[in-house]
Design a binder for this molecule. Structure first.
Ligand code: F6R
Length: 611
């Protein structure tokens, strides 16, 4: 959700900033901009992708200078226009030459703007960020760090910012509250960025800023304070991933790369955690809390989007394997409906990025009400991971494609281990855990087999891709997968799709079914198989075309449906790990056939850091 990157050092800033923007473009891609200080402040902005900004810079003969800031935007306040693109400047009348890039939302921007307008400030954009730039300018008394601290004392909302000032050509100021921000520490240089993908090409040493921290950087040193100018500590740590992991390699899209990485991602996710010989599950991050978890009276999974769907699978797993009453909720709804959190409630936040604003806020709310907080998060050191009492990292590697794929598998895999780990400490027999884990260790190999069907899935998809309305139906463990399949299709191909429990169809949605409507059924062999077969008949008799995901060797289903994608046979709790994969491929191929930008679908951005 908006990528920000800033550089201060001895090298030319603009190539470093452009490369950083390209790496973070998945965070937002409505418009982009850059400001570089070389005596004067030079600012370039463009609507569209980073490539459009590159053209602007070229037209202007390039920006020279060793201090600069840059931004790729996902619009929140104000339309997608050049005037609304970042960087934003303070009021030119004051002559400070201040420029700001910002990720987040300044909630009291209207009040601040009224105050500034009364003082004579003239605004040129509709953004909340310009208000912040003007406020910093208004409070500037020759010290940028102090002006930023003073401004932030007046601000409510969320921000990750980087600020430069013409009058202080050796200073970069950055600050964070509620939006991620890191500082890469190189030799005589610093790179500030919303995530490590913009940093790892230059250094693997980085500081993750805490909320309410202001960092003042010059070329040789930095200091960190709070907004009241009290010193705060900042720890430099080693970044865990390298460039190879975030490069496309031979793949055309990150989404395809990440779909294909799933077998390896799951192996890494299980590595060192599942001991097949003893049948033990070792989850270092929650060991200390294992007893509390086993005694929990209620577990609540929270998340948004794909992470929520993983939470829905987790709900089934936790009740099945650990026999603990479990709920799953949209984090955004949980936090605002005065939730009841009794003693013995464990809240588990699921998030790839660890930065989703609603999930983070819901977790904080639950903690405040006395819940134990666990995180199932991919990004190490992210806000959610730092907010929890305990957690299990997904360890599936960086996910760049906006449509989440391997993170979903990681979330479900970790949830399976968590449920079995908890169940073992309650009623679940050691044998049962060992059997399940043994079968789960075979899942990566099974996924490899499913991926081999990619061409067949593409050909089948081609027969329906012109249809504008699709249904995805499943029962039990496959119900969340139906939701996930529909979400994947709509978010990257813009085809309207709905997912629901197969039985629910008869309570209204069946009216939608007409001749040739594609209806995707998750129809694997499990406890609800016969019921699903009946639902398939109901759809067929109304003219719907059935695309089934079925268990290998199921000859019975072959004649009952129009298309079938095969998955190997695994126990019911493990089926989502397989049944989702053909649906990811279906969505991918449909999006390509419709000419969509698979990795950067319209209106979306990875990591929703605003509520
Ligand atoms: C869909 C997708 C989103 C995310 C959701 C939560 O493909 O990626 O629905 O799952 O925005 O994001 P995280 O997991 O980062 O909290």
């Amino acid at each position: 959700m908006c990528g920000i990157v800033a550089y201060i050092g001895r090298r030319e800033a603009s190539p470093i900033l452009l490369e950083g923007l390209k790496r973070m473009e998945y965070r937002g891609y409505d418009s982009a901009g850059m400001a570089v200080l070389d005596g004067d402040l030079r600012v370039g902005r463009a609507v569209g992708r980073v490539a459009a900004l590159e053209e602007v810079l070229e037209r202007e003969g390039g920006f020279e200078g060793t201090l600069g800031i840059a931004h790729t935007r996902w619009a929140t306040h104000g339309g997608v226009t050049e005037a609304n693109a970042h960087p934003h400047r303070d009021d030119g009348r004051l002559g400070h030459g201040i420029a700001v890039i910002h990720n987040g939302i300044i909630e009291n921007h209207a009040t601040l703007k009224r105050y500034l307008v009364e003082k004579g400030h003239v605004f040129t954009s509709e953004t909340d960020t310009e208000v912040l730039a003007h406020l910093i300018g208004e409070l500037y008394r020759g010290d940028l760090e102090k002006a930023v601290q003073s401004a932030l004392r007046e601000v409510t909302g969320a921000y990750a910012i980087a600020v430069v000032c013409e009058k202080e050509p050796d200073v970069l100021v950055a600050a964070r509250k509620g939006s991620p921000l890191m500082i890469g520490v190189g030799k005589d240089e610093y790179i500030v960025a919303s995530d490590s993908s913009a940093i790892v090409a230059h250094t693997t040493q980085a500081i993750t800023l805490d909320d309410y921290t202001v960092a003042r950087l010059d070329r040789e040193s930095f200091r960190t304070t709070n907004v009241d100018n009290d010193p705060v500590s900042a720890e430099i740590r080693e970044l865990e991933y390298d460039l190879g992991q975030i490069d496309l390699g031979s793949y055309e899209h990150y989404m395809l790369k990440e779909i294909h990485e799933q077998p390896e991602a799951l192996r890494l996710c299980m590595k060192g955690r599942v001991d097949l010989r003893s049948g033990q599950i070792v989850l270092g991050g929650i060991n200390q809390f294992a007893r509390d978890l086993a005694r929990a009276k209620r577990v609540i999974f929270i998340g948004q989007g794909t992470a929520l769907h993983a939470g829905m699978v987790a709900e089934y797993l936790m009740e099945d394997l650990a026999k603990i009453p479990t709920d799953v909720e949209f984090a955004s709804e949980f936090r605002y409906r005065n939730p009841i959190v009794e003693e013995g409630t464990v809240v588990v936040a699921i998030s790839q990025s660890g930065e989703t604003a609603d999930t983070l806020a819901a977790l904080q709310e639950a903690k405040q009400r006395g819940a134990m907080a666990i995180g199932l998060v991919n990004v190490v050191g992210s806000s959610i991971s730092r907010e929890t009492d305990a957690g299990v990292y997904l360890r599936v590697g960086p996910e760049i494609g906006v449509a989440s794929t391997k993170a979903f598998l990681g979330q479900v895999c970790v949830a399976t281990m968590l449920a079995a780990f908890t169940g073992r400490r309650r009623f679940l027999a050691a044998e049962a855990v060992r059997d399940l884990m043994e079968r789960m260790s075979e899942v990566p190999g099974h996924i490899e087999r499913i991926l081999e069907q990619s061409d067949a899935i593409r050909d089948a998809t081609a027969r329906y891709v012109e249809r504008d309305n699709w249904l995805f139906l499943g029962r039990g463990y496959n119900y969340p997968v139906a939701l996930e399949g529909a979400l994947k299709l709509k978010e990257i191909s813009y085809i309207h799709a709905e997912g629901m429990p197969a039985a629910e169809m008869k309570h209204g949605p069946i009216a939608l079914i007409d001749e040739g409507m594609p209806v995707v059924f998750l129809a694997t062999r499990n406890s609800q198989y016969d019921k699903v077969l009946s639902n398939i008949e109901e759809v067929r008799s109304r003219g719907g075309h059935v695309i089934a995901v079925a268990t290998e060797g199921d000859e019975e289903i072959r004649d009952r449906v129009h298309e079938v994608f095969w998955v190997p046979d695994v126990p019911e709790p493990l089926q989502p790990l397989l049944t989702v994969v053909p649906l990811q491929l279906l969505a991918y191929h449909a999006a390509l056939m419709r000419g969509r930008d698979v990795d950067k679908p319209r209106n979306l951005a990875k990591s929703v850091t605003v509520e």
